[in-house]
Write a protein that binds this ligand. Sequence first.
Ligand SMILES: NC(=O)c1ccc[n+]([C@@H]2O[C@H](COP(=O)([O-])OP(=O)(O)OC[C@H]3O[C@@H](n4cnc5c(N)ncnc54)[C@H](O)[C@@H]3O)[C@@H](O)[C@H]2O)c1
Length: 431
Amino acid sequence: MTLREKLSEKKALQSVIGLGYVGLPLAVEFTKAGLETVGIDIDSRKVEAVNAGRSYIGDVRQDELSDVVGSGLLRATDDFSVLAKVDTINIAVPTPLRKTKDPDISYIVAALKEIREYLHKGQLIILESTTYPGTTEEVMLPLLEESGLKVGKDFYLAFSPERVDPGNEKYTTKNIPKVVGGVTPACTELAAMLYRAAGMNPVPVSSTRVAETVKLLENTFRSVNIGLVNEIAMMCNKMGINVWEVIDAAATKPFGFMPFYPGPGLGGHCIPIDPFYLSWKAKQSGFDARFIELAGMINGDMPGYVVVRVSEALNERKKCLNGSKILIMGVSYKKDIDDTRESPAYDIIRLLVRMGADVYWNDPFVKKLEAENGSAKFLEYDAGSIREMDCAIVVTGHTGVDYSVLVDNCQMIFDSRNVLKKFDSDRIVRM
Ligand SMILES: NC(=O)c1ccc[n+]([C@@H]2O[C@H](COP(=O)([O-])OP(=O)(O)OC[C@H]3O[C@@H](n4cnc5c(N)ncnc54)[C@H](O)[C@@H]3O)[C@@H](O)[C@H]2O)c1
């Protein structure tokens, strides 16, 4: 049976390498469409959790996972030899930045070395990790062809960026269109067939480089617009104008304007990182991506700006940061999720601790902070504990939190996300 026949009859064996925020929802979506899938991860705790039907990703419902595991359609392993049997491989491993802000594609290369061992005729490989234009054809293709097999003839290779927005209930892995670019037309077509078999809507593009750049444009668009609105917020503060009111009124324009909101800084595994994948690659062609660099600088300075504003507000109340008890309210990088990767809360904590503040944190979604932030202590969210605080900084506003407890009891609150907009209190200092 050819891969085309297997895909059209749903008889292919799928695999997903990397069972994190992107890979696990994808594997579950495949199996919900009746496609048998093996998840592969080097983290044995994730493998055990999946096989026990235990979800560790907010976007994957517990009952959904136990159903697909119970039906035998999904299983997980840390043994890559299973690749000898699979027909398709979707790769969703991390693509962080090095300290120098250069791309770190070592996770992709590690996964590829395993794939190369087991590569066989008729296999389809799709990279979903965000990366710079050229990764699929300049890095992956030569490694895979070392096996002696030829792309487009013996095996198929494509890039399809994952565009999931964790915590978003309206747009999910299933209904966000899948941009797909293959090395050859056959690669694009087979990759699109896989996503169609999973009930997704593929959007074919002419090349892997176009598909790689699509994702980077999307996230650069967000980073630059957030940078712009952060600058407008700082400008409005100097001029005594309420930036939130400005944005809300501007958003009534039915065309030509899209609201972005200021905040304490960027977080997560995408927006603070991906634009630098693009600017790094552009530099190799002698091009300086100025918008990317500028937005990165403005957004990167926001935690510092928050700390300065808090220090000024304390000063007006005849207090200083040194020795003040400060509560960080919400530490995940955005609302209603437990992910704290790259969260601006960490920078704010570090800066406050350096200034001698006594820092506390609370977040109903997050169980613990990254180790190096141990200097911040967990604080129970009740009137008594909050009354002890000199100041609270709302870094992330989750739904379902009763903010009146904070507004009624904390001596001062710096609201960096406008979550307290319905409250009218001189204790609130707005971004
Ligand atoms: N999290 C998001 O919101 C999001 C959205 C769109 C795109 N992306 C992109 O998707 C990719 C994955 O991100 P994520 O958030 O799912 O990361 P993650 O850290 O949640 O998951 C990655 C998984 O890969 C595993 N892994 C690492 N190296 C491996 C290897 N060699 N073999 C097998 N497994 C390996 C890790 O153990 C981990 O479970 C990144 O490129 C990211 O930029 C993420």
